[in-house]
Design a protein around this ligand. Structure first.
Ligand code: Z16
Length: 831
């Protein structure tokens, strides 16, 4: 407001308002202008990189206009806003998405064509924004797309990592990690060097009485690191709404102290300090479903949470409302426990800075936060050593102890004399060393807790949060089944299928209301339609086959069944079950006569995914897949009947190419371990069938599409515990077919006979925690059913079409509407 142009001059501003391109001609003009001025190049010096840069800048110019207007509209309306706090936003590429969402793709395509470029090549120049590990980060990205598309006033808050998830190279069959430096040229972010927050670490707490005799805590000393805001526009689909994703970058606080050092000639230590500060936002921790308890990670969490809350509170204070209205204006969603310190930080601000009383402050805090749980795996549940928290955030530890004290008093009142209950639910685990249990803190400090699929939400209420259901009542706990954005995962990834669907259902409205897909069922028996459908799938497979050839050198036949498992490599996701199954298939083929072989269905088994750099067993799995591929792919007795491919560096942009090319995808986690899964939804939406366990969202997918359209197998989640118990305490014998696979491995069929001892031993000698042996035979039987059904292409294609028609539920739009109504109590803002 202070920097506003005075009334009399505003007319000039209005007259010269920049509108951005409106036609193909204007688009071309903007691209040429950016090439010649912003990039200082010319038509004699314009490669695809330069064309990408100029195209993005032209697009961006249009986005900014709407972005500014949206922010003004939201500020003016002053209605309730959502803040989505996530340590990960796995955005992928932005250009194609921006063009589609603002409806400028055709213009850009034709313009680029006339300028001498193919739009696909230009789109392909962009480096993925890979600020996430897997499902959790991609979910956050889909949510941002839906929030903007549905016109919700919402901001994302995250960290601007200098290095995203590492780039994976496969060298001699082993994963090698290469740093992902992605910020060289990023037209999609806007540095806000004027939006900064100073964040404090370490130091100590002094308590003193104020003039009214009230005790006030003063957090003093320690070090200061500055957070700088970088804003990323998030365009909605077919709406002018453009939301904001604010990412924080760390830098040394500067100020007088630095100058002092400088003047004293202490140059080196001043530089060292700067680097220490920049380290905070330097790198994304590459673990999916694993927490390692590193101090720097805790620093990242507090840095990001404190900067975001300062920003949110600053914005609220401008409205001059009473503090009691805070939860009416603001909903903050915690994406997993990573931002749980936000609960403590808001309580600290209200108590120590704003002078509220504990109860009043705590009521505001708990009414503001909602917490989403994404896992029940014990190794993924965050716990921080009390000593570490004390050292880094001394005041926060005091507040955590007070939160715990008041909470335990409440429990004691409700359940007198239940000492074991107090021990079980305490936010502080009385272990050696003592630990802060972040999930418990998140539950206590939020008004709603949700899981991400029905089974998962039931599981958290009966296992990790069972006592909390007893204490707070069942209403505090709810389910919001995950979803995916159909813009990126259907329209952008599979434009031909999207177009075919639109031609049948009458318009592209299904991209805004995915339940409209159900109209497709009327056309299941339409022969011409089925033929076109199959042709599109085939074309997508041809494209993937070309990519496989160019990256691995292996020729695959696009008529084969493409069987895909792409996701983070993890024992619970059981890529080992898949590859053991592939080996069994190989051994079976080897034992067949030529006549028998002729009757077999050719299959390509495609794997992809990153292993956490410190996860040795996951890396072994990658090595085994590559070792099997090396033998099978050049076995002349096998030919096209079986190929085994490992695709390097699986990421969002590669998923956009792979997903539409699958006939069958694998979602085969041990029952009860995969909270939801979201790629299962992407594959079905793209006309692929799935083989899967009764786990996560597979169960709801089955309910929606019909059990005749999915290949389910394996142990049920309610039986897992007993089986595990039997493995450990009873006799545990390995499946006979699996033993044959192990013998082949250990006789050196796939390289060094000793190489995979640990993988074999995990099943054979240890407790087979993931039930690979228990599920092996039913997995093979089900794969046999797949082969049999695939032969009947008419029936197969019908199943695919029916499934797509019934996938409407899995749009992230439905999911966001459920959060908005059931958890946030926010409404869309009319445009
Ligand atoms: C993650 O990607 C997930 C959970 C978690 O605790 C941490 C990370 Cl990094 C995944 C779940 O494994 C997956 O089942 C789920 O679909 C996804 O989060 C989104 O909810």
């Amino acid at each position: 407001v202070e920097a506003a142009i005075p009334e009399p001059q505003r007319e000039v501003w209005t007259k010269h308002q920049f509108e951005g391109f409106k036609s193909k001609d204007e688009f071309e003009k903007e691209v040429v202008r950016h090439v010649e001025t912003t990039l200082a190049r010319s038509m004699f010096n314009c490669d695809e990189t330069a064309a990408y840069s100029a195209t993005s800048l032209a697009l961006r110019d249009r986005l900014i206009k709407e972005w500014n207007k949206t922010q003004q509209r939201q500020t003016f309306a002053d209605s309730k806003r959502v803040y989505y706090l996530s340590l990960e936003f796995l955005m992928g590429r932005a250009l194609d998405n921006a063009m589609l969402n603002i409806g400028a793709k055709t213009t850009a395509k034709e313009g680029l064509d006339e300028l001498g470029f193919r739009i696909e090549d230009i789109i392909g120049q962009e480096h993925d924004a890979a600020l996430g590990n897997g499902g959790l980060g991609r979910l956050a990205a889909c949510f941002l797309d839906s929030l903007a598309s549905l016109n919700y006033p919402a901001w994302g808050y995250g960290l601007r990592y200098r290095y995203g998830i590492f780039k994976q190279e496969i060298i001699d069959g082993y994963q090698v990690e290469v740093p992902d430096y992605w910020l060289d040229f990023n037209p999609w972010e806007f540095p806000r060097h004027d939006v900064t927050v100073d964040i404090q670490f370490y130091g100590n707490v002094r308590k003193a009485q104020d003039e009214n005799g009230k005790t006030i805590a003063h957090w003093e000393g320690g070090e200061i690191v500055t957070a700088v805001a970088f804003d990323v526009p998030i365009p909605g689909y077919d709406t002018p709404s453009t939301n904001n994703l604010r990412l924080w970058s760390s830098k040394a606080s500067g100020g007088e102290f630095d100058f002092q050092k400088f003047n004293n000639g202490d140059y080196e230590s001043s530089v060292a300090e700067q680097q220490r500060a920049e380290t905070i936002s330097a790198v994304l921790y590459p673990n999916d479903n694993l927490e390692r308890g590193k101090e720097l990670r805790l620093k990242q969490q507090y840095f990001w949470v404190a900067a975001s809350l300062y920003d949110i509170v600053r914005r609220f204070k401008k409205t001059k409302r009473a503090w009691s209205e805070f939860p009416d204006q603001i909903a903050i969603q915690l994406n997993d426990t990573h931002p749980t310190l936000a609960i403590v930080e808001l309580q600290r601000i209200l108590l120590d800075v704003e002078g509220l009383e504990w109860d009043e402050a705590w009521k505001i805090v708990t009414s503001t936060f909602g917490y989403t749980n994404h896992t029940v795996l014990p190794e993924a549940l965050e716990k921080w050593p009390v000593g570490l928290v004390q050292h880094l955030l001394p005041r926060h530890l005091q507040i955590i102890y007070d939160i715990n004290l008041f909470f335990l008093q409440l429990v004691e009142k409700k359940f007198p004399n239940d000492r074991d209950m107090l021990r079980r639910v305490s936010i502080i685990e009385e272990s050696q060393p003592k630990m802060v249990r972040m999930a418990f803190l998140a539950v206590v400090g939020s008004h709603k807790v949700n899981g991400v699929a029905e089974l998962h939400s039931d599981l958290i209420q009966t296992t990790i949060f069972k006592d909390f259901v007893t204490i707070f009542g069942a209403d505090k706990f709810t389910n919001v089944t995950n979803g995916i954005t159909p813009r990126r995962w259907l329209h952008q990834a599979n434009p031909r299928l999207s177009e075919l669907i639109a031609s049948k259902v009458g318009s592209y409205d299904f991209l805004k209301d995915l339940t409209l897909l159900n109209k497709l069922e009327e056309f299941v028996d339409d022969k011409a339609f089925r033929k076109e459908w199959a042709e599109i799938k085939y074309a997508n497979k041809v494209r993937l086959a070309k990519y496989i050839k160019s990256t691995t050198g292996v020729t695959v036949n696009p008529s084969s069944l493409f069987d895909v498992q792409v996701k983070r490599i993890h024992e619970y996701k059981r890529q080992q079950l898949n590859i053991f199954g592939v080996i069994a298939r190989y051994l079976k083929l080897k034992g067949m006569s030529p006549e028998e072989k002729k009757k077999q269905l050719p299959r390509v088994s495609i794997f992809g995914g990153k292993a956490a750099p410190g996860y040795w067993m996951a890396k072994q799995i990658i090595h085994l897949v590559n070792s099997v591929g090396a033998v099978v792919n050049k076995d002349p007795e096998i030919g096209d009947l079986l190929k085994v491919i490992f695709l390097e560096d699986y990421n969002v942009s590669k998923a956009e190419m792979i997903t539409p090319a699958s006939d069958l995808s694998e979602h085969i986690s041990t029952a009860g371990t995969e909270a939801s899964g979201t790629s299962n939804m992407k594959f079905v939406l793209n006309g692929g069938l799935i083989i899967g366990t009764c786990d996560g969202a597979n169960i709801e997918i089955t309910r929606e599409i019909g059990q005749e359209n999915i290949f389910l197998f394996g142990t049920l989640s309610e039986d897992v515990e007993d089986l595990r118990h039997a493995h450990t305490y009873g006799t545990h014998s390995v499946d006979a077919g699996l033993e044959k696979v192990f013998s082949a491995i250990q006789s050196g069929t796939f390289g060094d006979s000793q190489d995979f001892n640990a993988m074999v031993s995990a099943v054979r000698d240890h407790s087979d925690y993931y039930l690979v042996s228990d599920d092996f035979q039913s997995y093979l039987d089900t794969q046999q059913m797949v082969d049999d059904e695939y032969r009947n292409q008419d029936e197969w294609v019908s199943k695919c079409i029916r499934s797509v028609a019934r996938m409407g539920f899995f749009s992230s739009d439905r999911c966001i509407n459920e959060y908005a109504e059931g958890i946030w109590n926010v409404e869309p803002l009319a445009v």
